[in-house]
Design a binder for this molecule. Structure first.
Ligand code: KIV
Length: 264
């Protein structure tokens, strides 16, 4: 049994096979996700909100991310595992290298994800030079929620859209192996996906991305409060969890998710 590799994920982009991604934070769900055909598990710092009940992702620590990554890795054997680097754990290169090393060596992640573009380029280069694969994250950056002033769509303004395209290219040139695009107009994510040769995974970014990710608890309908427009509850009509996840995988792979109403 071996895990999916970044090379295989790149081949999926090249061949047009959509990449199905979900977040997970523990062994039991990770096993179900893997059995249902998920390609990539993101151990997201969204765990701060959906597991810990925090108001944002900001309080999540590196130790907590290591713990949850270990659990996900134990519960799976074939999926590609990405671990989020929490808020301020990559504010400079030294910090980024030692924290990413913990997530990889102790946690067992195959890649780390960090939020932001231009500001992180030198850090991304230094991580990649040391053999640490990096996933970028552009668009809505939940770790910057207080700066942005809420969870809102990014890149609607033509200048912002231009910057996002530039930052995506910079990240790919710096060696990032994957990119998450969150809450941007579908027309913009189409441009970005075509502009870089690394897999682009969208959340609220439309159908043209190379793959889709959702927060597991959102797509199971167990996150309290109003569901974001781009999400879908797959656990409806008396389905069980395994079927809901398989339906999500099928919907992503067949291009049925997201639909027109689920994009900006
Ligand atoms: O933390 C997380 O779950 C994420 C996704 C929203 C992409 O970063």
């Amino acid at each position: 049994m071996s895990r999916l590799t970044i090379t295989q994920l790149r081949q999926m982009k090249d061949s047009g096979e959509k990449i199905a991604v979900l977040t997970s934070y523990d062994a039991s769900f990770s096993r179900i996700l893997e059995e249902a055909g998920i390609d990539v598990i993101l151990v997201g710092d969204s765990l701060g909100m959906v597991i810990q009940g925090q108001e944002s992702t900001l309080p999540v620590t590196v130790d907590e991310m290591v713990y949850h990554t270990q659990n996900v890795v134990r519960g799976s054997g074939e999926v590609f595992v990405i671990a989020d680097m929490p808020f301020m754990s990559y504010a400079n290169a030294d910090q980024a290298i030692s924290n990413a090393a913990l997530l990889m060596a102790k946690g067992g992640a195959q890649m780390v994800k960090l939020e932001g573009g231009t500001v992180n380029i030198s850090i991304v280069k230094q991580l990649v030079e040391r053999g640490i694969p990096v996933c970028g994250h552009l668009g809505l950056l939940p770790q910057s929620v207080h700066h942005i002033g809420g969870y809102r769509v990014q890149g609607r303004d033509p200048e912002d859209a231009k910057s996002l395209v530039k930052e995506a290219k910079q990240l790919a040139q710096a060696g990032a192996g994957m990119l998450v695009l969150e809450c941007v107009p579908a027309t913009l994510s189409k441009v970005i996906t075509a502009a870089v040769d690394i897999p682009v995974i969208g959340i609220g970014a439309g159908i043209e991305c190379d793959g889709q990710v959702l927060v597991l608890y959102d797509m199971l309908g167990i996150t309290p409060g109003k569901r974001p427009r781009f999400s879908q509850n797959f656990l409806i009509n008396g389905k069980n969890i395994s079927t809901a996840i398989s339906d999500y995988v099928d919907a992503v792979k067949s291009g049925k998710f997201p639909n027109e109403d689920q994009q900006y």
